[in-house]
Ligand binder design. Structure first.
Ligand code: MFK
Ligand code: FAD
Length: 498
């Protein structure tokens, strides 16, 4: 019998995660930590179990049945078992609710995103509609829309699986995903004054969601982003039948295959304005910023999973007479990846902490600006890292990592969406520039770096932090120097952001 290599194994993903545990230890009051530990432990165990269960069989995909046997258009979508399971689990553990409830005040976001971080990989991208639901709730709260706060808010934040609603985010169209100002979908008022939407949405993920927020141009409004409006939709009736919506197809995607992403025709679906008529992009911005934070959290969850597997495998695989974990170069390779992961974790949970503080009116003006600046930065950097590190983790398994039923290729395919949706790397770099051009943002950035430097203990870290500070402080001069040459400034945006 020839040699058979043992596969990588995962333990409880909460108990094994030194970085998460020490962050919670540092940031949360002890009674809160004790009270949330059982939920974190449950998700940590679930993550390991789901990995054992799912690995080795290729992901099943949702199926669309457009017509019934009699020729009626039904557009029935069958979801995968992981998706059906995730909905109940998400409601029960409050993966959306925890971010908005007052139980833990400004620490609520840290609680919520610790749960999300532990659950993301096992959720088969059910975190996508959860992110959009959180974003939708944040949006209608920012708009102070009392009608929608009464109707949708309690459902989106419900912990009862029977009551829990999820939401979609219907922005992207064929002429504009980044440049949504090109949107063609039109909103018209019918004889009763009801707004109805007509047009094609090119990417609608979790299309079977109970609600969606969609951008559309009121008939007769001018071109561009400013004249778009934001509408709240309920795409299906109480019996689950589509109302004013047709599903053209489910997209055949590189990854995120259990997530039903559809091409959708709006044929008169009723819409309620979220924030009056006009300024639709500004109205949906709170949603974008929240979903971008989710994206960063899900990216670091992906990094952590790839590394947990690579590190475990290094304790099982031998080469040249030693375990990989004993080979100096392999140790250094893993250590570099771990350092990148830990930096990404700290940045992302800094954003999460700031979000919680801002939401509970505990954030200073500096912190609010910092949150606005760090959100796109965290999203763009962690998205890129997720792709690079899942790729490197595959290499850590040699040829075995390239084989589908090792479970690793799916991690890489899934990671590739993270830099694309919710704003590509370039679009977010330009968003960073949008913020940095406000003089107040640079001052706030400078003060934040000062505080960071003050907090750094070890001498060698102080030197490194000072070097970062010097580099960052050169930004205002660089931006000012390029102000007269907008094309050069834009061309440098990614470099500035990274
Ligand atoms: C795994 C789980 C995680 C994630 C799940 C997600 C699943 C969903 C997948 C999706 O991809 S949903 C679609 C996401 N689409 C995007 O993210 C669009 C990307 N494009 C941009 O972000 C553009 O920058 C944007 C459309 C927002 C702006 O384009 P414009 O037409 O050039 O508008 P403009 O004039 O720059 O901004 C309009 C207003 O919005 C301005 O305010 P004022 O009118 O008051 O001046 C901006 O300051 C404001 N604004 C823009 N971005 C903002 C913002 N305000 C706050 N925060 C922002 N991020
Ligand atoms: P484009 O905007 O055409 O971008 C093409 C390239 O041009 C990118 O590299 C971009 O960085 C670059 N670029 C664009 N503008 C600039 C600029 N000014 N300067 C420099 N470079 C620029 N959208 C939704 O609304 N709802 C959803 O539920 C949803 N789900 C999705 C699910 C998946 C799996 C995927 C892949 C996408 C989904 N999207 C969704 C769409 C997604 O948000 C868009 O694909 C994304 O915003 C990019 O838009 P685009 O595809 O039109 O690319």
């Amino acid at each position: 019998m020839s040699f058979v290599q043992a596969a990588a194994e995962l333990g409880n993903q909460y108990r094994d995660d030194r970085v998460l545990r020490s962050h919670l230890q540092r940031c949360l009051p002890a009674p809160m930590r004790d009270s949330i530990a059982p939920e974190l432990d449950e998700l940590g165990a679930h993550a390991a179990l789901a990995w054992q269960r799912e690995r080795g069989r290729s992901a099943c995909e949702p199926q669309l049945t457009p017509w019934d046997s009699q020729g009626n258009r039904i557009d029935r979508i069958e979801l995968t078992p992981a998706w059906i399971e995730s909905r109940g689990l998400a409601a029960r553990l409050g993966l959306v609710a925890a971010g908005h409830e007052d139980t833990y005040a400004q620490h609520g976001r840290t609680h919520q995103f610790a749960l999300v971080y532990l659950h993301h990989v096992a959720s088969a991208f059910f975190t996508c509609p959860l992110a959009m639901t959180d974003g939708a709730a944040t949006c209608i709260k920012a708009a102070a829309n009392t009608e929608l706060l009464a109707r949708a808010w309690p459902r989106w934040l419900s912990r009862d699986p029977e009551q829990f609603w999820i939401s979609g985010q219907w922005m992207t169209e064929t002429p504009g995903g980044s440049d949504v100002g090109n949107s063609e979908t039109e909103a018209r008022q019918d004889a009763t004054g009801q707004w109805r939407l007509y047009g094609r949405k090119w990417f609608t993920s979790a299309v079977q969601a109970d609600t969606a927020l969609a951008l559309a141009r009121p008939a007769g409004a001018g071109p561009g982003a400013e004249s778009l409006s934001l509408f709240y939709l309920e795409p299906r009736d109480a019996q689950g039948r589509w109302q004013g919506v047709q599903i053209n197809r489910l997209k055949p995607k590189l990854g995120t295959r259990e997530l039903p992403s559809a091409e959708t025709e709006l044929v008169g679906i009723a819409g309620t304005p979220v924030n009056g008529i006009g300024h639709g992009v500004r109205s949906i911005a709170p949603m974008l910023n929240v979903t971008r934070s989710w994206n960063a959290v899900c990216a670091i969850a992906t990094l952590r999973r790839a590394l947990a597997l690579a590190r475990d495998y290094a304790t099982r695989r031998r080469a040249f007479g030693k375990l990989l974990a004993e080979q100096p170069l392999h140790q250094a390779t893993l250590a570099d990846l771990q350092a990148d992961f830990e930096a990404a974790f700290q940045l992302t949970f800094e954003v999460v902490g700031l979000l919680g503080r801002a939401q509970h009116d505990q954030a200073s003006d500096d912190e609010r600006l910092l949150l606005r600046l760090l959100t796109p930065l965290a999203k763009l950097w962690t998205g890129k890292l997720a792709v690079a590190i899942t790729s490197e983790a595959i290499e850590c398994f040699g040829g075995a990592g390239y084989i589908e039923d090792s479970g690793l290729p799916q991690l890489l395919r899934d990671a590739q969406v993270l830099p694309i949706w919710e704003g590509t790397t370039n679009v977010l770099s330009l968003d960073v520039l949008r913020v940095l051009r406000q003089p107040a943002a640079l001052d706030s950035w400078r003060r934040a770096l000062d505080r960071l430097l003050d907090a750094v203990g070890a001498a060698e870290l102080k030197n490194a932090a000072a070097a970062v500070r010097t580099q960052a402080m050169s930004l205002p001069t660089a931006i000012a120097a390029l102000a007269a040459e907008p094309a050069r400034l834009e061309a440098a945006a990614r470099e500035i952001a990274l």
